[in-house]
Write a protein that binds this ligand. Sequence first.
Ligand SMILES: [Zn+2]
Ligand SMILES: [Zn+2]
Length: 306
Amino acid sequence: MLSALALAVSQAPAASQEAPICQRELVVLGAGQDAGAPQIGNADDDGPRLLPSSLAVIDRENGQRFLFDASPAISEQLAMLDAIAPPKDGLGLDGIFLTHAHIGHYLGLAYLGREAAGASNVPVYAMPRMAEFLRTNGPWSQLVSLGNIELREMTADGFVVTSDEFGVLPFSVPHRDEYSETVGFVLMTPDRRAIYLPDIDSWEAFLDQENGEPEALVAGIDYLFVDATFYDDDELPGRDMSKIPHPRVIETMEALKQLTASDHAKVHFIHYNHTNPIRDPDSAESREAKAKGFNIARRGDRFCLD
Ligand SMILES: [Zn+2]
Ligand SMILES: [Zn+2]
């Protein structure tokens, strides 16, 4: 799949927290692992606050807004999006694309229900197992039966076209799939492409799926928002981390080290655990990643997709 994206693209602009003048824009609504930070039971954690990973795309030309993952912090994250691009009416959500059924990625759907927004027919794009899980298990099934959400099933490598100017391509990702498949997304506008890949068990398993070398990930795209759950294997003292999946940040940097500087700059580490030192922009590890030319996604980062 990814090799099919190997088209020439021009140099993409860097992240900005200023208001860019663009018709289509990507906003980072959260960059933490599912449980955010401080995590439950860590009241003395005084490090930077993290909301679970989520992206938004604003299409001003078509008056549309899309979410990628519905995190437990969706209320705060949607408020942040509203401040950048106010909704036309209601929640102003033209689609929520779900990667998988782990808590950071779909629990926010609950806030579309009658105890909260009482939303009407918000399109929720889900893979077949994920859609079936939502349809057949409470409280999610009530969102469907009351028409708060409208499930739209995706298929792996099946392009979802939302307008002439925006489309989303889901692709299969190896991950802990108890309740649903796991996918990543290629977000496509006529001018820019971004990959959202917040959770993956290993590069080895992913490359087994005929996605080529790690370099293929960044060929033909402008931005890669990629799983950075753990920095290295020293992060959870007293636990054998060899049993815990997710490519480490140092492993991803090593796998991609032969890329050009402009390709390194496409990489934005996201979905970092509360224990990951890149959570702190001033840590030695954050500085090392930056020195190698990589980026670390931060809540509020904005990217032009024109
Ligand atoms: Zn996750
Ligand atoms: Zn997960």
